[in-house]
Design a protein around this ligand. Structure first.
Ligand code: FE2
Ligand code: FE2
Length: 258
């Protein structure tokens, strides 16, 4: 199977761009499934029912989240009602889960969403290494042909470490959250596809999606103006993993930022 993974969609501009471009990318890369990280798709971060539905209409089979997943209350019950909208499994939360199983007929794909602990201390995440082991066992019991992990984390070191820890246990691990794509897509020694961060989908001339002038004023002059998403042409960032259905290993992978 070939799985398209799309990085953090930012605000209305990023969501609209995803609706326009994801179907083309799915066709261009001949993908069977699409995972989109939607944690910034709402105005001012987070995900709402409306932005989740927009991302499903863009072609997402599974929407993953991150540290902003629970920001909007109307999304909480949606997490309970829709098994294909997930949030990091290892955060304190009564709604939904961080595991989804996509039945694709002859084969199935399990998706796991986890939050890092390093530099994200305020979110009180449980140990992602241990929670990953629990969810991989669940995927094994479900008979999943492939398992992909969206590791939403700040520190490159934590992402690399989890990637190596899961090498040979899952099909692929991709990082999200920093909104900057790293150039290290690779297949690890035991067959797990890996990239530290797949980047973002949203305004190109921005600082992580936010108007650059606001961030410059914040950092230079301590001017704490409210964040506003930038209004410039968009990019879409992500990667494709080609996974052998029989072995569950990645046989090819590539990233893009267009
Ligand atoms: Fe994000
Ligand atoms: Fe995030």
């Amino acid at each position: 199977m070939r799985v398209l993974c799309i990085g953090d969609v930012c605000s209305t501009a990023g969501t609209d761009y995803a609706i326009k471009i994801v179907p083309k990318l799915k066709k261009e890369y001949s993908c069977n499934a699409v995972i989109i990280n939607g944690e910034n798709s709402a105005i001012g971060n987070g995900t709402t029912v409306e932005t989740a539905e927009a991302l499903f209409s863009a072609g997402a089979d599974i929407i993953t989240g991150g540290n902003h997943s629970l920001r909007h209350r109307n999304f909480h019950t949606f997490l309970d009602e829709n098994p294909f909208a997930i949030r990091p499994h290892n955060i304190p939360c009564d709604y939904g889960s961080g595991y989804a199983l996509l039945d694709m007929g002859k084969r199935s794909l399990a998706v796991i969403n986890l939050l890092g602990q390093v530099y994200l201390e305020g979110y009180k995440a449980e140990n992602p290494f241990k929670v990953a082991d629990e969810l991989i066992e669940r995927a094994r019991l479900d008979g999943a042909n492939a398992v992909i992990v969206d590791f939403h984390a700040e520190a490159t070191s934590e992402k690399r470490a989890l990637g190596f820890y899961l090498d040979g246990k899952v099909s692929a691990v991709f990082g999200t959250h920093t909104h900057i794509q790293t150039s290290d897509i690779q297949i690890l020694n035991n067959g797990t596809g890996y990239i530290t961060d797949i980047g973002m989908t949203g305004p190109k001339d921005s600082v992580l999606g936010v108007k650059k002038e606001i961030i410059i004023a914040r950092l230079k002059d301590n001017d704490m103006h409210k964040f506003e998403f930038a209004d410039t042409p968009c990019i879409i960032s992500g990667c494709v993993f080609e996974i052998d259905d029989n072995t569950g290993k990645t046989c090819a992978c590539q990233s893009f930022c267009v």
